[in-house]
Design a binder for this molecule. Structure first.
Ligand code: GUN
Ligand code: ZN
Length: 375
């Protein structure tokens, strides 16, 4: 493999754990891992402003090729100079390829060797999302890290279906890489293979023959048990090169993220912190707080007394309870801002503990106190 265009650097490796701290450079700046990427599907992290994202320490946002292809479409990005300028986001952006969105489409879709045919939810048009179209769109968006178009299937799929999906993912990965041409953007391959160790190995080895700047673990958090997810994550991360970033796609709760860091993963994205904020669910150092509950009606307490975010510095639980009960947009915004801060703060503490080689005790302690309730 050629040297990574991300100038990847391993800062520290924890003792008694596969956890590691890394630094790499995208076209828009330096990134330090382990890290969490807030999800900005439509070139916006739901109910958040770019300013608060930046202040909370977001280094890189995730955007979705599938949605942005349908609306506003590639011409807007080409004409206006890419997503960073469009949304005035100075940090980095990673674009998912559309592979996962096609998989989760409620309507009929058709998979062929060429790509996935689906019907646009905007105007009903039939679109062939091929690896070439996905990469063309990701080039128009101008993300720092592009993802290959892959075939994500339920993790409970039988071995034959899982094998077919990883074969096609391997061929689409090569086509995605070819479609990058002379773009300076980085590209990650995506390992599939459901819950079958030998298929995960086959998928990882096939992708490692290609010159990717990093590797993602896909096809998880799609129907399996927590322990199954952790086993596959551990096994797959161990197969991947140690000199490239490792990204676990679509995972998870703060505890899921901590478990995956312990197993050697560097990067995460998940809609949970912003999604649950809408109904007033907050992650705190003492567990989950459901702000809808009437016990908070008169509470002058901070949301989380140990949190350093602006929401906790300013507002009472009573006010956040009121905003949640009345479904005021500001409630979603403020709880989301706190939740994103909570994820980033966890990641910063985890990174610091790895650098000081005390990750293992931190992991054991946090594992006991991080919320495990279903969110
Ligand atoms: N997001 C969560 N899981 C996946 C996956 O397997 N593939 C892609 N492209 N995105 C994902
Ligand atoms: Zn807070």
């Amino acid at each position: 493999m050629s040297p990574s265009r991300l100038q990847f650097q391993l800062d520290a490796q924890a003792s008694g754990s596969r956890a590691r701290a890394t630094t790499f450079r995208t076209l828009h700046g330096t990134i330090q891992s382990p890290l969490f990427m807030p999800v900005g599907t439509q070139a916006t992290v739901k109910a958040q402003t770019q300013e608060t994202l930046h202040e909370s320490g977001s280094q890189i946002l995730l955007a979705n090729t599938y949605h942005l292809l349908l609306r506003p479409g590639p011409e807007v990005f080409k004409k206006l100079g890419g997503i960073h300028k469009f949304m005035r986001w100075p940090g980095s952006v990673l674009t998912d390829s559309g592979g996962y969105q096609i998989f989760s489409l409620p309507h009929s879709r058709e998979m062929t060797e060429k790509g996935a045919v689906f019907q646009s939810y905007v105007d009903g048009q039939r679109i062939l999302l091929s690896p070439e179209l996905s990469i063309q769109m990701q080039r128009a968006i101008g993300s720092d890290i592009m993802m290959v178009l892959d075939q994500c299937i339920p993790s409970t799929a039988d071995e034959q279906a899982a094998s077919a999906a990883l074969q096609i993912t391997r061929r689409w990965a090569a086509r995605s890489l070819a479609a990058r041409e002379d773009s300076p953007q980085s590209m990650f391959g995506i390992v599939q293979g459901a819950l079958y160790p030998q298929l995960r190995r086959e998928s990882a080895e096939g992708l490692m023959e290609l010159d990717f700047d990093g590797f993602a673990i896909g096809g998880l958090a799609v129907g399996e048990e927590k322990n199954e997810r952790e086993d596959v994550c551990e096994l797959t991360a161990a197969l991947l090169p140690s000199d490239r970033p490792r990204y676990l796609m679509g995972v998870g709760t703060p505890l899921d993220v901590l478990e995956a860091v312990h197993r050697g993963v560097d990067m995460f994205d998940c809609i949970i912190p912003t999604q649950v904020a809408k109904r007033g669910t907050a992650f705190t150092s003492r567990g989950i707080v459901e702000l809808r509950r009437s016990v908070y009606k008169f509470s002058e307490d901070r949301l989380d007394p140990s949190c350093t975010c602006p929401v906790c510095a300013t507002h009472t639980r009573a006010y956040l309870h009121h905003l949640t009960k009345t479904q005021e947009p500001l409630g979603w915004t403020l709880v989301g801002q706190h939740n994103i801060h909570f994820y980033h703060q966890l990641m910063r503490e985890v990174r610091q503990s790895i650098l000081e080689d005390r990750f293992l005790p931190l992991y054991k302690e946090r594992r006991e106190i991080l919320p495990i309730e279903d969110v």
